[in-house]
Design a protein around this ligand. Structure first.
Ligand SMILES: C[S@@+](CC[C@H](N)C(=O)[O-])C[C@H]1O[C@@H](n2cnc3c(N)ncnc32)[C@H](O)[C@@H]1O
Length: 308
């Protein structure tokens, strides 16, 4: 009997099969990398027909990751990172950013695509503080009890869980909010969760129309996953975590490095990011102010104080 739900990268990571598009390789192609095939470039090009600057969106996602990791390792003092859905190595990987701030920061990358693991292990061969582990986001207990994860990270101390560009590849049938609850319940107090996710503004705008069409192309033209969700749905993945200012916002509104160089593109509005914090009971930290907002957003469109 055929599966009534769309095929997703979750159930069927394509590994070394070069006849099917892979999430990691399509992303690599979008970033301008070389580890991809014709099938992957086909999906990238179908997306680009609708969102010609999608490669800028991928680069914006990487810049956001760099800022978050720099903040966590440099300002907050987090020295352990679990980066799930790490992808193919590219320029400025999580461990490089974290270890610039703290040379002995420990990083474990996880991906369910064996090709990412092969490339990752080659890259990290000589880095004693970093590991690349095969694993599936949708199986939290298996992943968090993997020997290399438990040996390399101290799961009783605060850590940062990085989920950049992965949750939109988990379909609703797998209950992404429920999966996130299990991670958040397990994380020690004082931990952080960083998420970026495709966003459907769901407001009848041109951006909404683009989100609908992009979702159709991602899910029906070779990849099988890539869902654009509402702000409320994405906010629900943070569960009861406190959102660090400026909340869940368009990525370039999250503590930008400087003034914008061009007007915001429509496709750049279709990715939201946020950083959640699991408070230590009874301790009020002065390190950062948090948003109390349940829908993950501060009062102003641009997230107020993040504008610099
Ligand atoms: C779009 S890439 C994002 C790469 C990187 N995190 C970034 O933001 O630049 C998503 C990655 O998630 C991986 N992935 C998708 N579903 C996964 C799952 N259920 N478990 C682990 N990895 C998964 C894919 O193989 C791919 O490498």
């Amino acid at each position: 009997m055929s599966d009534p739900t769309p095929r997703t990268g979750v159930r069927a990571p394509v590994g070394v099969d070069t006849t099917r598009a892979s999430i990691a390789r399509v992303y690599d192609a979008t970033l301008g990398g070389k580890d991809n095939y014709e099938v992957d470039r086909y999906v990238r090009d179908k997306v680009a027909e609708v969102a010609p600057r999608q490669s800028d969106v991928a680069r914006m996602n990487r810049r956001w990751l760099h800022r978050v990791v720099r903040y966590l390792a440099g300002t907050v003092g987090i020295d352990q990172f679990l980066d799930i859905g790490a992808g193919l190595p590219t320029v400025g990987n999580t461990h490089e950013i974290a270890q610039q701030q703290q040379p002995d920061a420990r990083v474990v990358y996880v991906d369910n695509d064996p090709v990412c693991n092969i490339h990752g292990r080659v890259l990290l061969e000589r880095n004693e503080y970093t590991r690349f582990v095969p694993g599936d986001l949708t199986e939290p207990s298996t992943l968090l009890s993997h020997a290399e994860v438990t040996q390399h990270l101290d799961l009783s101390r605060p850590l940062a869980l990085i989920l950049c560009g992965i949750l939109h590849h988990v379909d609703d049938a797998l209950d992404p909010a429920g999966i996130m609850r299990r991670y958040i319940d397990t994380l020690p107090a004082g931990s952080y969760v960083a998420i970026t996710h495709f966003h459907d503004p769901s407001d009848g705008s041109e951006a909404h129309d683009m989100a609908i069409e992009l979702q159709r192309r991602f899910t029906e033209m070779g990849l099988g996953s890539g869902w654009y969700r509402t702000r409320a749905e994405i906010a629900s993945y943070f569960g009861d975590l406190e959102l660090i200012e400026p909340g869940l916002v368009e990525l370039d509104d999250w503590w930008p490095m400087g003034p914008a160089l061009h007007p915001r593109l429509t496709e750049e509005r279709l990715l939201l990011g946020g950083l959640g914090y699991k408070p230590v009971p009874g301790v009020v930290t002065s390190l950062h102010r948090r948003t109390g907002s349940k829908n993950g957003r501060l009062g102003s469109r641009n997230g107020g104080s993040a504008e610099r």
